[in-house]
Design a binder for this molecule. Structure first.
Ligand SMILES: NC(=O)c1ccc[n+]([C@@H]2O[C@H](COP(=O)([O-])OP(=O)(O)OC[C@H]3O[C@@H](n4cnc5c(N)ncnc54)[C@H](O)[C@@H]3O)[C@@H](O)[C@H]2O)c1
Length: 438
């Protein structure tokens, strides 16, 4: 099966980005203060496999869990870095290779993060990571996560659904075969629900219909091939919880903003990626970068699109809470993982206010909406379950925005303004593979 049928300047890419089943030991460095736990306690530490651990949420989470004394293994095929090379994009922040990242972490803290470089769609590779690492919990971030990317052309739509749906299916089979007690913590998205004209519940809704009552999965109305891949994942996971007794938590995450966590701030080589481009950049992160370089904030259409948002420091907190309080065998648990709701216009107004305080001239323009979505709508989504487990949210404040804007200003010379405008149209997606030219 062709796994990655994309064209770059007219050429087919070889399937060479997967290094199968490579377990790299990163314990070679010596100039560090030893970890605080004596070695006889090490075996009692909970083992967490972080799939997608080289990505934006995954890297911050891997460091956070390692810092909290979980035994962590990162599994990643580095395809996110490949997308950047193919599309001519780059993170605002310079990011080190995953090998240097884990080496630096070891020198700073004495803690090992194991590294498995490979593709979870390759079951042999995944099986080897399971039998070698033996995870107690698995956090699955390892998917193609951009809605615009999935809407570029047919080949990207197919890649997204194959990669995400089949990768997750492999994870479910691996748990069943090798670690049936392993708790799956899977990243879903609030985008699975769409924007219904009723309150959004956390995963389930109780409905009375023709005199009978049942509690059913909340209706899903995804709005891109990417979001649809997440809906398919949720159904597959729910089914295997019932059929095989898998224990799973689906974290329907909102849009994440921010770049620093306590751990990534420890050293430049630990810095996280920050995407601002029209394909991978998410609202707020993108607005801050636009404000820093004097580019007008690009509001799509009327700007009334309202979504749930959270600070990356809360992403890592939520995942830790889910792992520390696992689902029961056979339980398919759904948490809505965000802390506040904003419309795009509200975010633009916040960035304008804080940017002006910093002496920036911030303008906003409305650009034609490349997506097919409601631009004015009701939105009220529940998000209490993680708070009940102990989440202490970092709410969006002027000081956070101030530091994010200052971060963007620090790196503004790295910004390629040509990448900022949206250039993927939901309506114009075609069957022909789009070729990227310089
Ligand atoms: N960033 C957000 O705002 C946001 C919001 C809601 C949900 N999410 C979800 O959180 C997860 C992580 O998002 P992110 O922003 O960190 O994305 P990201 O693209 O930065 O990271 C994903 C990582 O997974 C890896 N990966 C992808 N396919 C893989 C495969 N087949 N095998 C092994 N590794 C693979 C990539 O190389 C990358 O390092 C995604 O599932 C995404 O849908 C993110």
């Amino acid at each position: 099966m062709a796994r990655f049928p994309l064209a770059l300047q007219g050429k087919r890419l070889p399937k060479c980005y997967t290094i199968s089943a490579t377990a790299v030991s990163m314990g070679q460095e010596t100039n560090f203060t030893p970890a605080t736990k004596p070695s006889d306690e090490v075996s009692s530490r909970k083992k967490v496999m972080v799939i997608g651990g080289d990505g934006y949420c995954g890297w911050a989470t891997s460091l956070h869990l390692s810092n909290k004394n979980y035994e962590v293994a990162v599994v990643d095929n580095l395809v996110r870095r490949l997308f950047d090379h193919q599309l001519g994009l780059d993170s605002l922040t310079p990011i080190s290779s995953i090998h240097n990242r884990v080496r630096r972490w070891k020198t700073l803290t004495g803690k090992d993060i194991q590294l498995y470089i490979g593709d979870i769609c390759d079951f042999e590779f995944l099986a080897e990571t399971f039998t070698s690492f033996k995870p107690d919990a698995l956090v699955h971030f390892g998917e193609q996560r951009s809605a615009p990317y999935s809407m570029i052309d047919r080949s990207r739509a197919i890649f997204t659904q194959q990669n995400n749906v089949l990768g997750t299916l492999n994870v479910l089979f691996a748990i069943k075969e090798f670690r049936e007690d392993c708790h799956l913590v899977k990243l879903g998205t609030m985008g699975e629900y769409g924007t219904p004209n009723i309150d959004i519940e956390e995963g389930y809704i109780t409905i009375t219909h023709n005199g009978r009552t049942d509690t059913l999965p909340f209706p899903k109305q995804a709005s891109s091939f990417y979001h649809l891949s997440k809906v398919h994942d949720s159904h597959n996971i729910a089914f295997t919880c019932k059929a095989w007794g898998i224990r799973a938590t689906d974290l329907n995450q909102g849009v994440v903003y921010g770049v620093r966590t306590d751990e990534t701030a420890m050293h430049e080589e630990l810095y996280n990626r920050l995407d601002y481009d029209g394909v991978f950049g998410t609202a707020l992160n993108r607005f801050c970068v636009q404000a820093a370089v004097g580019h007008p904030l690009t509001v799509y259409g009327k700007g009334g699109q309202t979504r749930g948002y959270l600070d990356i420091r809360d992403t890592v907190q939520c995942v830790e809470l889910a792992i520390a309080n696992p689902a029961q065998r056979g339980e398919f648990r759904v948490f809505n993982q965000f802390t506040e709701q904003f419309s795009v216009n509200e975010l633009a107004a916040l960035v304008t206010r804080v940017g002006q305080k910093l002496g920036l001239e911030v303008q906003t323009i409305s650009v034609p909406n490349p997506r097919v979505e409601a631009e004015e709508h009701y939105y009220n989504a529940k998000h209490t379950k993680l708070v009940e487990l102990g989440l202490k949210p970092h709410l969006l404040s002027d000081s956070l925005l101030d530091s994010l804007l200052n971060f963007a200003i620090q790196y503004k010379d790295r910004v390629d303004s040509k990448q900022i405008m949206p250039n993927v149209s939901w309506k114009n997606i075609g069957v022909k593979t789009k070729t990227v030219t310089a």
